[in-house]
Write a protein that binds this ligand. Structure first.
Ligand code: PLP
Length: 421
């Protein structure tokens, strides 16, 4: 569910007409609903309330400071994948005791920064990384909690680029290595090997793959504990799917209903790392039609947003609903098929193919739905395009939460050496 609805013939975000936001801040514009964001977080928290999990928002889905702040204020923690995200999390007031850190390539400098900040837990993805964390902690004369990320070798049946728990994926550790590291825990005086982490992929709509991975994790935990480990934390990662098109993803409540009975009586505290589930349907990308071009073979609606603003259709072949923001009376009656494309010099710069839409004209506004997760977060300056503005609606009010980039932003940091002058 989300708070983008057509009322009086116009798309609204909560109580604000999207048209008004577009006129005020220009296009392309990312527009977020605060209520939707918080509602999704609360739904997950309520579903798992019996075990009061630590819910760490996966910041890589959307690290806008206002979005993160809204969730931290609700009691969320942060799931980070870089020191940049660590610093953003701390900036918005995330308690270090609610920060968990995953990534296959944490550098020594990143590890030291996170240990110094006193984060709750590292999700360790290789044996040399564990050595590095141990070294950093002994140097800093401290001890750090870690979870070992188990690669459970299950196929999550999602797009291959967002599958992370198959034996051939670069993420996590195989079972034998996990068991060996737990058995060798005495060698790592600087770390407390306290947990097991799994994260098998993203946009997973069925419970099967989660359950298969969870069973693997529980088996590994039982085996490790039998050999002397003391595992208290189970991190189930993120990956809960949302509705982009006709998906029927499991609800938070249904997910909790299958997971909670399996954890009963095991003495394990739970961590969750949702990203997309919380923020995906909380945001849209508002774009304006620049030209209509009918080539005979195709009818193109050329819009002012491109793959540099929203990469998902190009990168994953992802489907996003596209709806007119303020259709003229009668405009919605009959539809025509359009390829909705951006201005970028790439044939892959296409938001939709042969999509039935009401007859469009230059100047019309379109909303690309479900753009809150991995939308702005993946935006780039390709084609020397300044990145879009972002605004957050709270009821009747609308707040600019990131100004549109300028030409100055584009060239900041670049230098022409004297030898070229
Ligand atoms: C990306 C990621 C997440 C969030 O995934 P979603 O599909 O957005 O919920 C959680 N944990 C880890 C380790 C990740 O890499």
């Amino acid at each position: 569910m989300h708070d983008f609805r057509v009322r009086d013939g116009q798309l609204h975000c909560e109580a604000v007409p999207v048209l008004e936001a577009a006129e005020r801040f220009g296009t392309p514009l990312y527009l977020y609903s605060h209520h939707t964001l918080i509602d999704h977080f609360r739904k997950l928290r309520a579903a798992f309330a019996p075990v009061t999990p630590l819910i760490c928002f996966a910041m890589k889905a959307n690290s806008n400071l206002a979005i993160c702040r809204a969730l931290i204020r609700e009691g969320a923690g942060a799931d980070i994948v870089s020191v940049g995200e660590l610093r953003k999390a701390l900036l918005v007031g995330a308690p270090p005791s609610r920060i968990v850190y995953a990534s296959v390539g944490k550098t020594a400098a990143e590890i030291t920064a996170a240990v110094r900040a006193g984060i709750f837990c590292f999700n360790v993805e290789s044996a040399p990384e564990l050595e590095q964390i141990d070294l950093a902690c002994r140097r800093l004369k401290t001890r750090q909690r870690v979870s070992l990320r188990l690669n459970p070798n299950v196929d999550p049946h999602t797009h291959t680029f967002i599958s992370t728990g198959r034996g051939t994926d670069k993420f996590g550790l195989d079972e034998a290595t996990v068991l060996r590291l737990f058995a060798d825990s005495a060698r790592y005086a600087g770390v407390d090997l306290a947990g097991v982490h799994i994260h098998i992929g993203s946009q997973i709509t069925a419970p099967g793959p989660f359950l298969a991975a969870l069973h693997k994790a529980l088996t590994v935990i039982r085996r490790a504990n039998r050999r002397g480990a003391r595992i208290r934390w189970l991190n189930l990662g993120g990956g809960l799917g949302i509705v982009y098109h006709r998906e029927k993803p499991q609800t938070a409540a249904a997910f909790a209903k299958v997971v909670l009975p399996l954890l009963k009586g095991r003495g394990l505290r739970l961590i969750l790392e949702p990203g997309r589930f919380i923020v995906g349907n909380s945001g849209i990308l508002v774009t304006r039609v620049v030209y209509i071009k009918d080539t005979g073979a195709k009818r193109f609606a050329i819009v002012d947003a491109g793959m540099n603003d929203l990469l998902r259709p190009t990168l994953y072949g992802a489907y996003h609903d596209i709806v007119p923001v303020a259709p003229k009376p009668g405009q919605t009656a009959k539809t025509q098929r359009y390829d909705v494309v951006g201005p970028i010099c790439e044939s892959g710069d296409r938001f939709a193919a042969d999509r039935p839409l009401p007859p469009l004209a230059p100047g019309d506004l379109l909303a690309v739905m479900g753009a809150g997760a991995y939308g702005f977060a993946m935006a780039s300056n390709y084609n020397a395009r300044p990145r879009a503005a972002e605004a957050l609606v709270m009821g009747r009010r609308i707040h600019l939460v990131r100004r549109r980039e300028t030409f100055q932003d584009l060239v900041r940091g670049e230098r022409i050496p004297a030898a070229l002058r």
